[in-house]
Design a binder for this molecule. Structure first.
Ligand SMILES: [Zn+2]
Length: 361
């Protein structure tokens, strides 16, 4: 038993080895997808699913794995002490984290191919970081440290710190992750002012993260392909380390660079009861699969090898990203085959009276 374990450990390549060899796919976006599947309250957004419905979380991991995700990211986003206090369930903090990590590990060590996936521990924006209040910085560091400790305990192969909109909060996350010696991915999510909330530019934040030892540095969340790509181009040019690109799947614009303030002007006849379509009525602004594929290909051609999708991700979009950069994944078996469609197909058995009706359908 032990020997097998050691052998599989030896044959599993590290994150950096994989990135040096080509594209690595990471599915994110668990929050939106688990909510969409009916296992989370929107707005509150606490991943109680690892305790309440572990089978639903396992299923989503398996679906992403089947679609080509090389990394199984433990769903501990927002599973931090502060959020648990907000929902009055602080006593469940550790069990929630450990359960999410165990579920991710189990999926990672039972891959569909021969090589194990990488299980990633995850920390993220704390929401209490206040640039002007050093007391909050200590508190955030403690929150990160306990979560990273549980991730190491449960056998994480790597760590992901994500969705930081304060530069210094990202530096703190990286500092905590670096102490473990595990490969560290750190991605930032600047808000609509196109600058970190403590005044550091996007590119300077990424440069600093590289200087501080980030193995992979980049951007995730808040921004769709259109408003993330311009910054990624600059980041890729300015950094030597591997770069990460994980946009949301919504059509953000120059006027509205993030999904928080996208306007509700999409022919909608039943408007959101909230101030903006975020987060429950974004559906009409969803990018199609080709837009995500185009983004991934463009990023990869720039030299960005760590690719994925954040909020709005679903297995089909992960497959699209993987295939856009030349990968064949288990779900490729089910890629579109329009040639067999009853109206639009080209197969010789498609009846002429159906083909002739296409424009009226
Ligand atoms: Zn996201």
């Amino acid at each position: 038993m032990k020997k097998n374990k050691e052998m599989s450990k030896n044959t599993k390549r590290s994150l950096i080895e994989r990135l040096n060899a080509g594209p690595v796919i990471c599915a994110e976006g668990f929050l939106f997808e688990i909510e969409r599947r009916g296992y989370m309250s929107s707005g509150e957004f606490v991943p109680m699913v690892s305790l309440d419905h572990p089978e639903a979380l396992t299923n989503l991991h398996r679906d992403f794995q089947h679609a080509g995700s090389d990394i199984v990211q433990a769903f501990t986003y927002n599973g931090h002490r502060e959020k648990m206090r907000v929902i009055d369930k602080e006593d469940l903090l550790e069990s929630l984290n450990r359960s999410a990590l165990k579920i991710a590990k189990e999926v990672a060590i039972s891959p569909l191919g021969s090589e194990h996936n990488l299980m990633a521990g995850n920390i993220s924006n704390s929401n209490i970081w206040d640039a002007k209040d050093p007391k909050t910085h200590l508190e955030v560091e403690k929150m990160f440290s306990e979560m990273v400790g549980w991730a190491v305990d449960e056998g994480a192969d790597m760590l992901i710190g994500e969705t930081f909109y304060y530069a210094k909060e990202a530096y703190t996350a990286l500092k905590v992750m670096k102490k473990t010696g595990l490969p560290s991915v750190i991605t930032i999510a600047p808000m609509g002012e196109n600058i970190m909330r403590d005044g550091v530019s996007i590119v300077d934040t990424c440069k600093e993260l590289e200087q501080r030892g980030g193995d992979v540095v980049g951007m995730n969340c808040f921004r769709g392909p259109e408003t993330m790509m311009p910054y990624l181009k600059e980041v890729r040019k300015s950094l030597k380390c591997h770069v990460a690109a994980l946009p949301i799947t919504f059509r953000t614009t120059k006027e509205h660079p993030t999904f928080f303030n996208l306007p509700d002007n999409n022919g909608c006849t039943c408007h959101t009861p909230h101030k903006t379509p975020f987060p429950t009525a974004l559906d009409p602004m969803q990018c199609n699969r080709y837009e995500l594929g185009k983004f991934a290909k463009e990023a990869y051609d720039l030299g960005i090898n760590y690719l994925g999708v954040c909020c709005g991700a679903n297995p089909m979009l992960i497959r699209e990203v993987a295939e856009a950069v030349g990968l064949e994944v288990p779900a490729s078996k089910y890629r579109e085959k329009m040639s067999s469609h009853f109206l639009f197909g080209t197969h010789k058995r498609i009846a002429k009276h159906q083909k002739d009706y296409r424009d009226k359908a």
